[in-house]
Design a protein around this ligand. Structure first.
Ligand SMILES: [Zn+2]
Length: 118
């Protein structure tokens, strides 16, 4: 489950920033999770709970994880159509041209939007 190490990296980043700001604990973490980022929200949630149970990363007992899901987007280089591609397709198939001419323009992001602490 690579979400475990992914979440470990996220919480490490948050902890370092929270420490620098003089926070005692982190109460809320907000993530942007792209549909094509290869990170599964359920697995991320599970990983978050595991780290929290371990008392890792300064997470408060009631700390929560919020995920904003970013849909997959592609733009066809031939006809210019913007559409939602099939997930995890190497080259997105344009529904009009019937050709793998889509360039992925959204859904690959995975990052921390914000966090709260005190
Ligand atoms: Zn097209």
């Amino acid at each position: 489950m690579h979400e475990l190490s992914l979440m470990g990296d996220v919480l490490d980043l948050v902890r370092r920033d929270a420490e620098a700001r003089g926070f005692a604990e982190v109460t809320q973490v907000r993530l942007l999770v792209g549909a094509l980022s290869n990170a599964l929200p359920d697995a991320l949630e599970m990983a978050f709970d595991m780290y929290k149970a371990d008392g890792a990363a300064m997470l408060a007992r009631e700390a929560g994880l919020t995920m904003e899901l970013q849909p997959a987007r592609a733009s066809c280089v031939l006809c210019g159509l913007e559409y939602e591609p099939e997930q995890h397709a190497a080259a997105a198939m344009c529904p009009v041209c019937r050709f793998p001419s889509g360039r992925i323009t959204g859904g690959e992001e995975f990052r921390v939007i914000s966090y709260e602490g005190r």
